[in-house]
Design a protein around this ligand. Structure first.
Ligand code: OOG
Ligand code: NI
Length: 463
């Protein structure tokens, strides 16, 4: 088969995220309501802010602004994780980053499968936060063995999904008909099953060990547990949710409201209690399960390791003063403590750049495009002379403390469990089958390439 008859991996990913969106709206109607609210707030925000509209037009595609940016799943075994990696690769999604959630009382570790490279991210940035259950953190050995047996027997991929993934690997891509079938087959893995794999009794034992274990082990597959569109004003959507009949989590995760947004802010609506049938002698027994929710995100600049260390320190500092309670009773105090702590984080792009806290993409100004220099000069001087300008590079990854907050708010408000922090990236990568990519390398590479292009542009054609 000729290579040019293959559909691009970006197109397969776009088709997949669109199909997931349709499926999830059907499965979780409150999510459809959230999408409508987000679209409305984004529209109002753009109407009130011509400058923002113009910037987004230049750097982004405005018509896709309110679409899904990520989803999340939780897997049960190393074999599921490594196969999932191969499936995502067919859609141009690769594992970036390692997140240890054990410190936050959630027995998983995770990565995010996402497109890498500017062009692919622009075409469709859809990513999936993917967690692997850590049965090693469960004290009860008998229950652990039982859970392993149950997980070992399930098959989360359809034969068609496996066959087409192997075909894509063999050929180096899929043609249109195969790509369409691939999307339909892979979608099955993410579908909700209201018939559990286990009895009500087993469900209860798993649930008592940890709610998350019940969510992973009791079902036929790793149902998508949320999808997340992008909002241009997260505070507004958070405030408007109750009016639309959806209950938001207590606080927005991540940095406080700022002039210059950094990293990622997220909030969600609480998971719904849904009817489930459990296996029973010769039939089914009805019960319920709480897992699926909706989330929104607002992204800001990617921080350098220095900027990230400052962020982590300030977040930690504010949480030492007030820890957000799940019931929202101290939400105002938490927001105030967060805002106070983050006064130490510069809030103009120029200061953030000069302090080396964030990554920027550099470009020639109109004046720069008309100037030719005999030799290279320092970036700082070229900026001062108005030849080069800079825009923040958007953070495309996740934050472990925020992710833990999202997990927690959807696991119910019951007493939190403590685990001893035990990151195990090596084990995760062995299970995954490859090493995860380093997020900082990605941003540093983009920044460096943009600087090189500017310097070449300024000195080219002089000879
Ligand atoms: C994943 C929670 C993490 C995020 O946006 O940080 C997450 C989960 O609940 O499975 O999606
Ligand atoms: Ni999420």
């Amino acid at each position: 088969m000729k290579e040019n008859s293959f559909v691009s991996t970006d197109d397969i990913r776009s088709a997949f995220s669109a199909a997931m969106s349709v499926m999830y709206r059907e499965e979780v109607p409150a999510y459809g309501t959230l999408m409508e609210l987000v679209a409305k707030v984004n529209e109002d925000t753009l109407a009130a802010n011509a400058g923002l509209r113009e910037r987004l037009q230049a750097t982004d595609s405005l018509d896709r602004i309110s679409e899904e940016r990520h989803g999340a799943i939780r897997l049960g075994t190393p074999a599921e994780l490594s196969m999932m990696r191969r499936v995502f690769a067919v859609m141009g999604m690769y594992p970036v980053g390692y997140y240890d959630l054990s410190t936050a009382g959630v027995p998983v570790h995770s990565t995010a499968f996402r497109p890498v490279g500017e062009a692919s991210l622009k075409r469709n940035p859809f990513r999936v936060f993917t967690s692997l259950l850590r049965l090693d953190l469960i004290a009860d050995e008998i229950l652990r063995a039982e859970a392993e047996t149950i997980l070992g027997e399930r098959r989360i991929f359809t034969p068609g999904a496996v066959e087409l993934t192997l075909k894509a690997e063999r050929q180096g891509g899929l043609d249109r008909a195969d790509a369409e079938r691939f999307v339909a087959e892979v979608l099955e893995t993410f579908r909700w099953h209201d018939k559990a794999n286990v009895s009500a009794d087993m469900y209860k034992r798993l649930h008592d060990a940890h709610r998350l274990i019940a969510d992973v082990v009791s079902f036929k597959g790793p149902h998508i547990n949320h999808l997340t569109p992008r909002t241009l004003d997260i505070d507004k959507v958070q405030a408007l949710m109750p009016e639309h009949g959806i209950a938001p989590k207590a606080v927005v995760e991540g940095p406080p409201t700022r002039n210059c947004p950094i990293l990622l802010r997220q909030t969600s609506f609480k998971a719904l209690e849904e009817p489930v049938s459990f296996r029973a002698d010769g039939g089914w027994k009805t019960g319920s399960h709480t897992a699926r929710f909706g989330e929104i995100e607002q992204r800001g600049i990617a921080l350098t390791p220095k900027g990230r260390a400052l962020y982590d320190r300030l977040l930690d500092q504010s949480r030492k003063i007030v820890r957000p309670a799940a019931d929202g009773s101290n939400a105002r105090e938490y927001e105030a403590a967060l805002a106070t702590a983050f006064r130490a984080f510069p809030d103009s792009w120029a200061e953030i750049r000069e302090a080396g806290l964030g990554y920027f993409s550099y470009s020639l100004t109109e004046k720069g495009r008309q100037t030719k220099l005999p030799g290279r000069r320092e970036l700082r001087a070229l900026i001062a002379d108005g030849l080069i300008e800079f825009d923040p590079i958007v953070y495309e990854d996740f934050l472990p403390v925020s992710a833990a907050g999202i997990f927690q708010s959807n696991l119910g408000d019951a007493a939190q469990q403590e685990f001893v922090a035990s990151p195990n990236q090596q084990r995760f990568e062995a299970d995954l089958g490859v090493a995860v990519l380093n997020e900082f390398d990605h941003y540093a590479g983009m920044e460096k390439a943009s600087i090189e292009a500017c310097l070449n542009g300024l000195t080219a054609a002089v000879a």
